[in-house]
Design a protein around this ligand. Sequence first.
Ligand code: FE2
Length: 392
Amino acid sequence: MPYYRRVGEVPRKRHIQFRKPDGGLYAEELMGEEGFSSDSSLLYHVNLPTAILKSEGVDLPAHSAGASPNHPLMPRHFKPHDLTTGGDPVLGRRLLMANDDVRVSYVAADSDGELYRNSAGDECVYVESGTARLESTYGALDVGPGDYVIVPTGTIHRFVRAGTDLLRLMVFEASGHIRPPRRYLSQYGQFLEHAPYSERDLRTPDEPLVLEGEDVPVLVRHRGGLSRLTYRHHPLDVVGWDGHLYPYAFNIDDFEPIVKRTHAPPPVHQTFEGPNFVICSFCPRPLDFHGDAIPIPYNHHNVDSDEMMFYVGGDYSARKGSGIDVGSISLHPSGFTHGPAPGAVEGVIEAVRKGHTETTEMAVMVDTFRPLNIGSQASSVEVGDYAWTWAR
Ligand SMILES: [Fe+2]
């Protein structure tokens, strides 16, 4: 993360004796990326963060495993709201699509998560609806609809639901780190003035969460699968931490859209970047305002990308008549040129002529630079005739 944070108690210098009221030492832990060569934080635990009692293999649930190539190749439309609901925010994830860089899942959780650590990469959890408290070694962070929650690799955490509503999450599990786009940051990591959001828009844990307990299980996702490690002491026993690495939330409503007189391409909507993929936010904004503008996308073929779009709010005029609605997911793969639904261009030009000046569309998009395979859960809620809707 671009900026330094300090929460709770930390000693005056790094790596010096830091003692508890009873005279014993707190246990210092470095959480750092890229082998001591990138962002890190130092956390101070009441007990040793290394003391484990056992490790057991855990089978990946069937709804979280397996994805097949998009073959025969076609654009697709899925309705994740039609998936069965229930489960917790981790083991309840239904795999929608995946490649070696990112796995995209959807879960409508009806129970709290157990403690969980993803050691294979960062997670970006988009909260579609419901509220929860993210509890982690860094403290607690309240999250709700429209939040992107970035959880760094290795962070032990859990989502505790704040109410009885289903907690609907779209989860992007990266094979590396998810960060703000490099081009929006200064040489030293401060958000630049042309960035669509800034440090003030990010929410972070601001109080330590010192929990007690013994024999505490933690589910760990690692390159080899899932394991459950039992810790001698509760791992959320941190009295203070400081550094540049921590979980944070950014709400899609805080994204400041970048607009042009004529249609701007999706990079203006980019919100995060991960290994071989980007995450973009399409937010309500003025329509393109050149007198002769066509204020929806032109037909396009990003020859290196598969594009998955999750429609989370408003009215998406470019897809009018295609069956896509709020709650839909479209997948437009490389190898297929996609664009507005038939009649959508004429429709929006006419709407502008009648005084329409804004779009209310809201969508979360991931563009990957390698093809996305399709999970059986997605296939089970596919709307079969989408591919042919442009030919109607
Ligand atoms: Fe597109």
